[in-house]
Design a protein around this ligand. Sequence first.
Ligand SMILES: C[S@@+](CC[C@H](N)C(=O)[O-])C[C@H]1O[C@@H](n2cnc3c(N)ncnc32)[C@H](O)[C@@H]1O
Length: 207
Amino acid sequence: MGLFKNYVSQTRKPEGVLGKMMLNGMNSGHAKMADWGISHLKGIKPAQIAELGCGGGRNAGALLEKYPSANITAIDYSPISVEKAREYNADMIRAERCKVHQGDVSALNLPKESFELATAFETIYFWPDLEKCFAQVAGILKSGGIFMIVNESDGTDKASLQFEKIIDGMKCYTPQQIESALMAAGFSAVKTNHHADKPWITVIAKK
Ligand SMILES: C[S@@+](CC[C@H](N)C(=O)[O-])C[C@H]1O[C@@H](n2cnc3c(N)ncnc32)[C@H](O)[C@@H]1O
């Protein structure tokens, strides 16, 4: 595998030295887009948040800042993502507001019907069966709970479709594809916001 392919493939499941570099890069590189996504969360006051595919943990920290009385459980199936997210959120872990666990969204090891908010930033591209994984998310949300997906690809932009060709197992979805999978998994009130100038999307759905 060439170095470029190896490096960009670290977005799927960070591993080793390149994975550590990628996690640092994603924490800073995704911040603007993640904050744009988070700005769409309005009128809710979650007590328990699940951050799925948390990578280096920066967005878990941003959610804890936005919701000062919330606790967060962040999960990722990559051991080095878990390690980095724990390091990034060390103060919040000490304050008992943050837990980071290794876990796979296709078989979530989180308590059922326990969260008011679940979030997924830049990660659903790699989830193995969207509808099945969304059903797992529905299972951990309380009734009326919110699921927010934030992607920098709207499934049609050239750059992301190039990455889709390079990174094994990556799939860029259109808002329509995401919305259908959410509805099939039992979500309702699905709403997509598209950034005015970029291919960024935020999809919010209610259980
Ligand atoms: C592109 S990174 C995004 C990380 C972070 N959410 C961000 O926005 O910077 C994708 C992350 O999702 C994780 N991931 C992918 N598939 C997953 C799955 N099935 N279960 C848990 N984590 C997963 C990867 O290990 C990786 O850390």
